[in-house]
Ligand binder design. Structure first.
Ligand SMILES: *[C@@H]1O[C@H](CO)[C@@H](O)[C@H](O)[C@H]1NC(C)=O
Ligand SMILES: *[C@@H]1O[C@H](CO)[C@@H](O)[C@H](O)[C@H]1NC(C)=O
Length: 394
């Protein structure tokens, strides 16, 4: 929070003052620092009063505490004069400079820079306060965005009831506040089951799904990022995602060409991720995202309906993951409902043109080869399906 910024300003001022003026304390003890508005001395005055004696063991003359001195220094330092004085540093001997460096170091260590947990507590406290300005609210969220990244901090964030405070901000009328909140939740949940479960037990997922479908691109991108963090490697998250119509959201995003391309890529990556998860953790009693024929079709359509090679490649990767599930139902849907074979053929033709034209030729050839590989796998697996009955659920 601002405290972080203040600490920085404090340190800078202090270093300037301290480097050139360690001695100022000795003679000027009668100056009653900082609360006295009547004190007219400037930092430079203070400086000129000082000798070169060692101020060892003392905080600045008459200052009851380090904090007092800092307050004084801040309110009285004149940048121009400080700069002048700082040039004196150049005249100091190496030993002198080293000694002063050490003094600064000790002083800095004495300074209590607030811990990350303390900074988070302050930010959450601000979010809890309904009367702070929008700007302060945004600032608190921006701070949290950085603070929650290390996993220990994310756990502390949980313990400090940060999740409830940030989830509340998802409902803000301000789009930037909403998207930063989604981003904070995504970061905190990344690879952290404790945070994932706490966020999942709020109603955040529902809100995030609405945000992802809203069509507001930046907000959608951050919401989908948060959703991916929440459900990754988390079965409870995945079930909730399916129950809350997450599949429909993915399908909408993937099949709508006017949706931000980043959002479409994230959606197809999430499909691949979920297929991989299902492969690692097969449990036929669990709900599966891939019982929706429309969802599968929207993945297949990406192979031939987009002009973005990167998106095409991601779609192919998702299809490869789906094929690995070895589900005859999925194979039959991919064949009869999605027309995978024809789609891959169309894709191949278009990629050939690109490769001939030389535009992104290498990338096009790579994708073509991946497409060929997938086609082979698909045909082989499909032949092994005994009774290719149209699935009941389309
Ligand atoms: C914020 O409010 C929640 C209740 O909504 C409370 O549990 C929490 O302790 C508060 N946190 C801070 C830091 O004020
Ligand atoms: C809430 O914020 C307002 C405005 O910044 C401030 O005056 C007030 O003291 C704060 N309340 C709490 C409980 O921190």
């Amino acid at each position: 929070m601002r405290a972080g910024g203040v600490s920085c300003a404090l340190l800078l001022t202090l270093m300037l003052l301290w480097t050139s003026e360690v001695g100022f304390a000795a003679e000027d003890r009668q100056i009653k620092p900082f609360r006295g508005e009547d004190v007219s001395a400037t930092a430079a005055d203070m400086v000129s009063a000082g000798g070169e004696e060692d101020a060892e063991g003392e905080l600045a003359g008459g200052f009851a505490s380090l904090d007092g001195m800092l307050q004084w220094a801040i309110s009285h330092s004149d940048p121009v004069k400080l700069k002048e004085k700082a040039s004196n540093v150049q005249q100091m001997s190496v030993d002198e400079l080293k000694r002063r460096q050490l003094e600064i170091k000790e002083l800095v260590e004495k300074l209590k820079v607030p811990s990350d947990a303390e900074l988070m507590r302050r930010a959450i406290n601000e979010l809890n306060n309904s009367s702070i300005s929008l700007e302060d609210r945004q600032h608190a969220l921006d701070e949290l965005l950085v603070l929650v990244e290390p996993i220990d901090n994310a756990n502390d964030f949980c313990k400090l009831s940060g999740i409830a405070a940030v989830v509340r901000e998802l409902g803000s009328a301000n789009s930037k506040i909403r998207l930063t909140s989604a981003w904070v939740l995504g970061k905190a949940s990344q690879n952290n089951p404790l945070v994932q479960n706490q966020v999942l037990s709020s109603d955040a997922l529902k809100t995030l799904l609405e945000m992802a479908r809203s069509g507001v691109s930046e907000e959608g991108v951050k919401a989908l990022y948060a959703i991916s963090s929440l459900v990754r490697n988390n079965d409870q998250g995945l079930e909730l995602f399916i129950a809350e119509q997450g599949g429909l959201m993915l399908q909408d995003v993937m099949s709508n060409p006017s949706v931000d391309i980043r959002l479409r890529k994230k959606a197809v990556l999430l499909v691949a991720d979920m297929a991989d998860r299902q492969l690692e953790n097969p449990d036929s009693k669990r709900p599966s995202l891939f019982r929706s024929c429309q969802l599968l079709k929207s993945v297949v359509d990406l192979t031939s309906s987009t002009t973005d090679l990167d998106l095409q490649e991601k779609a192919l990767i998702a299809i490869r993951s789906l094929l690995q599930l070895d589900s005859s139902e999925i194979l039959v849907v991919l064949d009869m409902f999605c027309g995978l074979d024809k789609a891959l053929e169309r894709m191949k033709e278009r990629l050939k043109e690109l490769a001939v034209l030389g535009e992104e030729g290498d990338f096009a050839r790579d994708i073509e080869s991946l497409g060929g590989e997938i086609r082979t796998i698909f045909r082989r697996k499909l032949e092994a399906v005994e009774q290719p009955l149209a699935p009941q659920f389309c």
